[in-house]
Design a protein around this ligand. Structure first.
Ligand code: SAH
Length: 358
């Protein structure tokens, strides 16, 4: 063989190359007795050129490709099903190596091209109006599985190599799967990989406070969206149960302290539930909560679903709520719901399991 590759211990577990950051891959190359630049090349092949097998890495000498294949693999979520909405939104049902399934969504022309990806199978946060929350947490995704969704969607939509946005707004709570999420962001933003600029990435969280505080210290700065949904602890305790642990005031203080890039703002998502949290009083309290925060508000009129005990407010109620914010100088937008006909809209991601139907 043209390459001397050090023998690892016989029990060395197979490597998941899809979950390695570039420096880790470079270290792995060195550990295999290869020059460091080979690690970078493999990283480029996986993340820039979308290779899902070593056989595809035609720049690498054949014996090396064979050796790498013997040492590990590049697992990728498999496309189980693709559903295209009348508005062009496309929902991808993806199957992971262990057979678990997740959903990821392509939202075209907003005007940007956006990939909405998942960070967990299911979710532990149990927000009262969210279908994914009904599943409970099945498991965390690995960094490789988070990044893999982007690779599959970029390939499937033909957008590989173009500028697109990524929102961590699919299934799961990103800050409940902190390490894998941040690792995925390091891989996605790496200049040798997909090189997605952090300003094109939005991390949405219901407010897992320790995670938010850690995120404030990270060198990578994605945009931040906070799923707020209520203006009193009493109400938020019910709608977003994480609030029983981390109270509104603590959450708002953490937001106030959160470092923002110049000219950037924190987005506050607020699901409007008819006659529950959509009154003029709620709107006025929301304005006061946001005082002193570089904020914008994104209103999400509820996407109704069976099993969700709330209704969507009328357009008139939504407009009144938005107008109160706007009058008080708060930047506000109403999220246009995309892909509702294929249940790809916010809070509608749920992979049917027998458990979910019982
Ligand atoms: N767990 C993170 C990421 C999910 S983002 C978070 O909570 O931010 C998905 C967004 O859709 C959240 O703002 C969520 O509150 C919202 N959402 C959930 N169910 C919804 C529904 N039925 N209608 C509209 N928006 C919903």
């Amino acid at each position: 063989m043209a390459f001397t590759v050090e023998q690892g211990s016989p029990a060395a577990p197979p490597l998941d190359f899809s979950a390695l950051e570039r420096p880790e891959l470079e270290d792995a190359a060195v550990a295999l007795g290869l020059p460091r630049f080979r690690g970078r090349q493999i990283f480029q092949w996986i993340h820039q050129r979308g290779a899902s097998s070593f056989a595809a890495m035609t720049e690498l000498p054949l014996p090396l490709r064979q050796e790498l294949a013997a040492r590990g693999s590049i697992p990728e979520p498999a496309l189980d099903q693709k559903q295209i909405s009348s508005d062009g939104t496309t929902k991808f049902l993806l199957r992971l190596a262990d057979g678990r399934r997740i959903e990821a969504v392509y939202i075209p022309d907003t005007p940007a091209q956006t990939f909405c990806i998942s960070t967990q199978v299911g979710c532990a946060m149990a927000c009262a109006f969210c279908l994914t929350g009904k599943m409970g947490l099945v498991r965390h995704l690995t960094a490789g599985e988070i990044v893999g969704q982007v690779r599959v969607l970029a390939r499937e939509t033909g957008l590989a190599g173009t500028a697109f946005n990524i929102v961590l707004m699919g299934m799961g709570e990103p800050l409940h799967n902190y390490d894998a999420t941040i690792k995925a962001l390091r891989i996605l933003t790496d200049a040798q990989g997909l090189a997605v600029p952090p300003r094109r990435i939005t991390l949405s969280t219901v407010g897992v406070l320790p995670g938010l505080q850690r995120l404030a210290e990270e060198p990578i700065m994605p945009n931040l969206a906070i799923s707020l949904h209520a203006t009193t602890d009493e109400q938020r305790d019910v709608l977003a149960p994480i609030n029983r642990k981390y109270k509104l005031q603590e959450l708002m203080d953490a937001c106030r302290a959160f470092p923002l890039r110049r000219r950037s703002r924190i987005t506050f998502e607020y699901v409007l539930l008819n006659d529950v949290n959509d009154t003029p009083d709620d709107a006025r309290r929301l304005t006061r909560l946001l005082d002193g925060i570089q904020a914008k508000v994104n209103l999400l009129p509820l996407n109704e679903a069976e099993g969700i005990p709330f209704t969507r407010p009328s357009d008139e109620r939504v407009n009144t709520f938005a107008a109160i914010l706007a009058e008080r100088g708060v930047t506000v937008s109403v999220r246009k719901s995309r892909g509702r006909d294929i249940r790809a809209a916010c809070g509608q991601l749920l992979v049917e399991t027998p458990k979910a139907h019982t």
